[in-house]
Design a protein around this ligand. Structure first.
Ligand code: ADE
Length: 232
């Protein structure tokens, strides 16, 4: 890997990575700060994209066009869908889709993007296996699962929506950027992986849990991303 792009939605998700970097330059593009330098001796570009799918897709396109990254890692927190997940556990993406893509009025199933070859974007297998193994080594106290990540421009905080996402999409966790990054990466033929730590259970307790557990969850992703980059 010559250059790795690392995207987090929020400052909290990327700050600790930036602190561990030797920074060469920081450039503002599309109101986002792209920080180029080395992390664990590897060339990386770390960027906070902001919340939601539009921010995430724009950020990914800049990484493709301006930085020619060889792969993209999206790191952050998510709400749990898969029942065995505990707060603090990690999900690495097998694939990702947009749960709020709705062309059902045209007869398409929920989540299907009309006139695209696929709506389910597969993560890079090599990155996935490397992340899973690395996570077991550096975060031995938590569980790591490989599974589908479903994204939408919605913070999921009710039991009914959570159950629908499980039923319709068999998602392991839900967040607000991953599938947009996955789609933009796929369009540019860039391998990607989404790594998310569970901050809440995407149910009626989500808002409270999120505030309490976000920082702890991020600790696990920061540890994992640092050690993974070293391996790539
Ligand atoms: N990110 C963290 N928790 C989330 C949730 N419950 N819904 C959407 N995005 C999230």
């Amino acid at each position: 890997m010559n250059r790795i792009g690392i995207i987090g939605a929020m400052e909290e998700e990327v700050n600790q990575l930036k602190e561990r970097m030797q920074v060469r330059e920081a450039v503002q593009i599309a109101s986002m700060e792209f920080v180029l330098g080395s992390l664990e001796g590897k060339e990386v570009v770390v960027v906070r994209c902001g919340i939601g799918k539009v921010n995430a897709a724009i950020c990914t396109q800049v990484l493709a066009d301006q930085y020619q990254v060889d792969c993209i890692i999206n790191t952050g927190v998510a709400g749990a869908l898969y029942q065995k997940l505990n707060i603090g556990d990690i999900v690495v993406s097998t694939d990702a889709l947009q749960h709020d893509m709705d062309a059902t009025g045209f007869g398409y199933p929920m989540g299907v993007i009309p006139r695209m070859e696929t709506s389910i974007f597969e993560a890079d297998r090599g990155l996935l296996e490397a992340a899973r193994k690395t996570c077991e080594e550096v975060n031995p106290d938590i569980q790591v699962f490989a599974g589908r990540i479903v994204s939408g421009d919605q913070f999921i905080s009710d039991k009914e929506t959570k159950e629908r996402l499980i039923r319709q999409f068999q998602g392991y966790c839900t967040e607000m950027e991953g599938a947009a990054i996955a789609q933009a990466a796929w369009l540019n033929q860039i391998p990607f992986l989404i790594i998310r730590a569970i901050s809440d259970k995407a149910d009626n307790s989500a808002e409270m849990d999120y505030g309490e557990f976000e920082a702890k969850a991020i600790e696990h992703t920061v540890k994992l991303v640092g050690a993974l980059v070293l391996r790539l």
